[in-house]
Design a protein around this ligand. Structure first.
Ligand code: DNO
Length: 346
């Protein structure tokens, strides 16, 4: 296991110097944030990002993410060019030796919460989700009322997309995912890039949209769509762990035995009702994710890839990007290394 930390580029309040001072962290997880969705990531730009990270004595370990254009997820005729451009970006990563790509296949929305700063009894704040509150959000005004998505879509654009997805049920989304993977994974395989799909977060349908990367059987199906080693998963404990019926250690073992876990996102959640949870500090006993069980499964199946502490709470008065402050994630990084050391032996 290699401990890494996410960095959102030059305007991240958390600097590369901060990251370098977290014990045991050498790898950085980052992306190009100024390339329009669908365009090829220019090789020089990726090289510059990697160089900037090298200059801080760290390494660009994972690209998270190259977003997938909605036309690909919708299976529109324009997808061929876009898939081709995606494959070129992956090739560029490979040419530069960047080994892992995290991406997702969630229609329209990436991770979604209904509260970005739920106040805990100790005064810290955490991200929270409540399906009932989500269903009260009115999308006819665009994403203005959706926490974290305020400026993402105006009413008209969003409505057009939601309408387009009425033709895409889960099976159609599987087909569109397979179409994408059949064309991109072989490129990744030969370029030396491991692709790691991120589970849907939360792992169920929201706003009537299909979501398929949600549970053990579906992850199993996913790996078989294109049965190549490069076709793997980001094992995100927080996303998968929001669904109580997901047995995370068993899922980690199933995928780990097949060498299909290429990246691990570790965070804890506390279930507070039906399809209702809040994010919790990383340790096992502070939430409902069996972090010890997951790391044991990863260790026993020989996981050597990058891991990062996922979202933290805001503690010690820190302000910043929701889920991505420095302090609680840094605590997570040291906790996870301690847990790993306990499991693996020093
Ligand atoms: C949330 C992240 C996700 C992830 C994407 C990958 O904090 O884990 O936004 O980066 O789903 O494409």
């Amino acid at each position: 296991m290699k401990m890494t930390f996410r960095w959102f580029g030059a305007d991240d309040k958390v600097s590369l110097q901060n990251i370098r001072q977290i014990p045991g962290v050498n790898g950085v997880v980052s992306a190009l944030y100024d390339v329009p969705v669908g365009d090829v990531w220019p090789k020089e730009k990726i090289a510059k990002l990697a160089e900037q990270i090298d200059d801080a004595s760290l390494t660009l370990a994972v690209v998270e993410s190259i977003p997938i254009h909605e036309d690909i997820k919708l299976g529109r005729p324009t997808r061929d060019k876009l898939v081709d451009q995606y494959a070129q970006s992956v090739q560029h990563m490979g040419d530069l030796g960047v080994p892992v790509l995290c991406y997702n296949f969630m229609p329209i929305f990436d991770w979604t919460r209904t509260d970005l700063a739920m106040v805990n009894p100790d005064g810290s704040t955490a991200l929270a989700y409540d399906d009932a509150a989500l269903s009260r959000i009115d999308l006819s005004r665009g994403t203005g009322d959706l926490p974290g998505w305020a400026t993402a879509y105006d009413a008209k654009t969003l409505q057009a997309l939601l309408d387009a997805y009425k033709q895409v049920d889960e099976e159609k989304l599987w087909e569109n995912l397979a179409y994408f993977l059949e064309r991109v994974v072989p490129v990744a395989e030969s370029a030396g890039v491991k692709m790691a799909i991120h589970p849907d977060d939360p792992p169920w349908s929201i706003f009537g949209l299909p979501r398929i990367i949600t549970n053990g059987p579906n992850l199993d199906r996913f790996t078989k769509l294109v049965d190549l080693p490069a076709n793997g998963v980001t094992f995100c404990t927080g996303s998968l762990g929001a669904e109580p019926s997901n047995d995370l250690p068993a899922m980690a073992r199933m995928l780990g035995e097949r060498k299909r876990i290429h990246f691990a996102h570790c965070r804890n959640v506390k279930w507070t009702g039906t399809r209702k949870f809040n994010e919790a500090p990383h340790p096992t006993r502070l939430g409902d994710v069996d972090m010890h069980g997951v790391l044991t499964a990863l260790h026993e199946t020989g996981f050597e890839g990058p891991m990062r502490p996922d979202h933290g709470r805001m503690i010690w008065g820190e302000t910043g990007r929701a889920g991505y402050g420095l302090y609680d994630r840094a605590l997570g990084a040291t906790y996870l290394q301690g847990l790993w050391e306990g499991i693996a032996g020093a």
